[in-house]
Every structure is written in structure tokens, then in C-alpha cells.
Design a protein around this ligand. Structure first.
Ligand code: OAD
Length: 246
């Protein structure tokens, strides 16, 4: 099958499907100007995850960790959803109107899918605009840029942390339940802009595939997913996603 035929075939499958699950990573927000983690300009080239994105790092130096998150909040605050985020929000509305089912699982913490109007979103790594009390667990939205350091809980006055899943931490049980239900029940899994090396997201394609889903990958490059999926297209999310979903 030529590239054009295979694009047309994928377009048709997406147009006909009633149950679609989408998995996104940093690549979907790259076209909005949010830095990715890996690759030439990736955050993990310039910063050490061990110093900034682990519970141990926060226990050692909460000021340093919060300063890094304040810097990232500043970057993200000036970004807007791009054509890929918007096309996914339109797909959800279209499936709603047709009585279908949609679930968007994202590893991104920037909140851009929600800003674009997506509703059935599971943010498996948390959200940079939420804070959580280290003592009582209260989660609250906070959009201050910069956030005054060190922030404390409105209820118990103890230290707040970013509501983010750090390395070495487990995902929320409810998020995992929703995620696996969506992976195991979808006709199509669309994977967009993720390097596919961070677990558990790295295992999602085989889970959906063995439950019978047709799996499509959209990425600038090939990834470990590429050999596993049914179709893989290389290009920018802001071009590929609207073209496949229009
Ligand atoms: P990565 O930075 O690992 O990968 C980004 C992926 O997006 C790569 O495969 C790129 O090829 C692709 N990409 C870049 N620009 C793109 C574009 N314009 N269009 C399409 N694809 C593009 O980001 P993630 O896979 O999201 O975790 O990383 C997973 C997790 O690792 C993150 O959630 C984060 C990180 O450590 C935590 O912080 C817990």
C-alpha cells in the first residue's frame, strides 16, 4: 500500500470508528512551544530528573524543585493549544454526537488538552496547575505565575508540592482503572508524540492491540511503538492530527 493509500485507509477507519482512545505525550504540545523531555532540545538534556522530579529530590530541596516548576509554569502559561489539541477536542464532540465513546490519556501535565475543550481526559502524570498538600493530601488548582515560595496548604498550613507523578511514584489507582478500561475496549488507539519509553505508557500499545484494537502512531520519528502498531506516520502532530481527523 502506498503512503497515500495507507493515509486514506487510516482516515476512513477513524471516520467510521465509534470507540476511540488517544494516548498523547510531549510531542503533541511541542508545536505549542512546550519543550519535550528527550531529543535535542529536551528538558532531560539540561536538567537531571533525579534532582528535580523525584520525591527524594523534593524532600532534600523543596525550594529548588519549586523553582524549576515555577520556571516551567511560566513557559507553559504563555502557550496555547495547537491544531492537534483542537482536532482531538472536535473528535470527542463528533463521537459524543454519534453516541460513541472517547477517552484521551495524556502524559502531559500542561493542561492544553483541557484548554482546547477535551473533556474525557485522564492526566496520568498529573497537572502542573494543581498543587497537593504533603500532609493532608488536599489537591487544589493554582495558576499563580510565579507561585510564591514555599507554598503552604490553605487547610493545614503544611508544605504544598506539585500535583505531578514523579519518578519512583505510582499512578493514581482511579487513573489506571480508567486507562486500562479505555485501552481494552477501544476500536482504535491513536498514539501521538510520545517516545514510548516511560512506563506504564510504554506498555499501552500491546495492551490495546491484544484486546483487538487497531493501533495508529503519529510521531516526528520512529519509536519503540513503531514495530508494534498497525500504522505509523511520521510528521508534526499539528499537521497530521487535523489531516487524519478532518
Ligand atoms: P518525550 O520527550 O520522551 O518524547 C517526545 C516525543 O514526541 C518524541 O518521540 C518525539 O519524536 C515526538 N515529537 C517531538 N515533536 C513532535 C511534533 N511536533 N509532532 C509529533 N511528535 C513530536 O516525551 P514523552 O514521551 O511525553 O514524565 O515522555 C514521557 C514522560 O517522560 C513524560 O510525561 C515525563 C518524562 O519524564 C514525567 O515527568 C513523570
Amino acid at each position: 500500500m502506498s503512503i497515500d493509500q495507507s493515509f486514506e485507509d487510516t482516515y476512513r477507519r477513524l471516520a467510521d470508528a465509534l470507540t476511540v482512545t488517544v494516548l498523547t505525550g510531549a510531542g503533541v504540545s511541542a508545536d505549542s512551544g512546550v519543550p519535550t523531555f528527550r531529543g535535542p532540545d529536551g528538558l532531560w538534556n539540561n536538567f537531571r530528573a533525579e534532582d528535580l522530579a523525584t520525591p527524594e529530590a523534593f524532600a532534600r530541596d523543596p525550594q529548588l524543585v519549586w523553582e524549576w516548576y515555577n520556571w516551567r509554569r511560566g513557559l507553559i502559561a504563555s502557550t496555547r493549544p495547537n491544531a492537534a489539541h483542537q482536532a482531538l477536542a472536535r473528535l470527542e464532540r463528533r463521537l459524543d454526537q454519534r453516541g460513541g465513546r472517547f477517552r484521551l490519556i495524556t502524559q502531559n501535565v500542561d493542561g492544553l488538552h483541557l484548554s482546547a475543550g477535551s473533556r474525557r481526559v485522564t492526566e496520568i502524570h498529573g497537572n502542573i496547575w494543581k498543587v497537593r498538600c504533603t500532609a493532608c493530601g488536599l489537591v487544589a488548582e493554582n495558576r499563580d505565575v510565579p507561585l510564591r515560595l514555599l507554598p503552604t496548604c490553605s487547610r493545614c498550613r503544611e508544605l504544598l508540592r506539585p500535583h505531578i507523578v514523579w519518578f519512583g511514584e505510582t499512578l493514581a489507582a482511579e487513573d489506571l482503572r480508567d486507562t486500562y478500561a479505555a485501552l481494552e475496549s477501544c476500536e482504535i488507539l491513536l498514539i501521538i508524540g510520545t517516545s514510548g519509553i516511560v512506563y506504564p505508557a510504554a506498555s499501552f500499545a500491546p495492551v490495546a492491540k491484544s484486546a483487538g484494537a487497531y493501533v495508529i502512531e503519529l510521531n516526528l520519528e520512529t519509536t519503540p511503538y513503531t514495530g508494534v502498531v498497525d500504522r505509523s506516520f511520521q510528521g508534526r502532530a499539528k499537521d497530521l492530527v487535523p489531516a487524519l481527523l478532518k
